[in-house]
Structures are given as C-alpha cells and as structure tokens.
Design a protein around this ligand. Sequence first.
Ligand code: AMP
Length: 215
Amino acid sequence: MDIILLGPPGAGKGTQAQRLVEHHGMLQLSTGDMLRETRKADTELGHKVADIMDSGGLVSDEIVSAMIDAKLADMGPETGAIFDGYPRTAAQADQLDDILARHGRKLDHVIELEVNEEALVERITGRFTCANCGAGYHDVFKQPATPGVCDKCGSTEFKRRPDDNEETVRKRMQEYRGKTAPILPGYEQRGIVSRVDGMDSIEDVTHAIDAILTR
Ligand code: AMP
C-alpha cells in the first residue's frame, strides 16, 4: 500500500510517518530528509539545496522526483511507501504517477492533515531533535523527562532545523498554500483523499490514520 501524507509544514507528517513505519512496516520517503542529507555535502548541489531550504522555497521538481524514483527502485513491491513532503507541486504529482506506474505500484490513499496555521508556527519554532537518535521534542509540548537528556538514548546533544524560524516557516506555508494545496482536487477526483484533524493529539491522529488504512 502506498500513501501520501499531505499537510503544511508542522502538521505532523514526519511524526505520523515514523509511527506508520513502526506499526505497519512501511517505509518513509521524506524528500525533506533526503535533501537534508544532500545539503551536508560540500558540493555545488549541496550548497544550492541549502540556500533554497533556508529561504523556505522549493527545490526543483526534477531533483526531488529523481530521488523518489531511486528510492522506489530499491524497494520490494511488498513494502508500502509513505510519501512525506512529496509531491509538493502539480508537476511532482504528475511525475509521481509516472514513477509509480513504472515501478508497477499504485497510490491507495492521500491523507490530508488539517491544521490551524497560527498554531503551526508555535509548533514548528519550538521543535528540536536528539542529535544522536533523532527523537523529536518540543520546548512547550514535549520536553525530555530529564531536561537536557534524550529519553530514548540518553544523549545530551540536541539540534534544531535551520529552517524552523518564523520567517522561513511563513514562506514555507505560503509555498504550501500556493503550490501544494492545489494538487488535492486532482486526487479528490480519484476518490482517494481522506482528511484527519491534525490538531488532535499525536495518538488520536495515528488512530484516525490507522482506521483509514484498514477500512
Ligand atoms: P520538509 O522537511 O518536508 O519540511 O522540507 C524542508 C524543505 O526541503 C522545504 O522547505 C523545501 O525547501 C525542501 N523540500 C522538501 N521536499 C520537497 C519537495 N517535494 N519539493 C521541493 N522542495 C522540497
């Protein structure tokens, strides 16, 4: 089963994708994570990607679609894919259709996480992760049990994404409204869109998604 998690930055796509990986053995394909790897490289592409990400703009459709294509080429047909942060434009949505067809796969669900944008700014600007194991935390909503120590691995190193500042977040939301939200009607026509209240607790959102996947 292949699904898209759609929603503005901070809607909880990454969190829910990780839970789907744990519960259903699916694979999370996050173009944001892939690009964060790309930007680490001291190459022309790495620098270009870093500049675009830090501005809150979108990396080219060809680059991200090629990344997804390569990941799917390595995946067995029995493993479900969770597209997280992809597609983000109409061109990417078309490219995904072609890529899936080429790999003999099909899209089963597009799950939109509906959220209140103002609350998202607070969610995003407060989030941080363990630098060692990647566990997610938040200044207000989810501090580690022992301050400064990761609950999962005990590390004391944490990091924040450079694009999680208010100015970049607002630009990322603008990109979502202008370029990503318009791809929904096409999926609606195919009857594969479900909506979930992304303002509910992480647990409740997971239950709602599980109910969609098993119906
Ligand atoms: P994310 O981790 O999904 O919030 O993505 C972080 C940043 O990576 C975005 O603000 C974009 O600059 C870039 N990015 C991630 N996925 C895509 C995509 N599918 N198309 C274009 N740019 C992307």
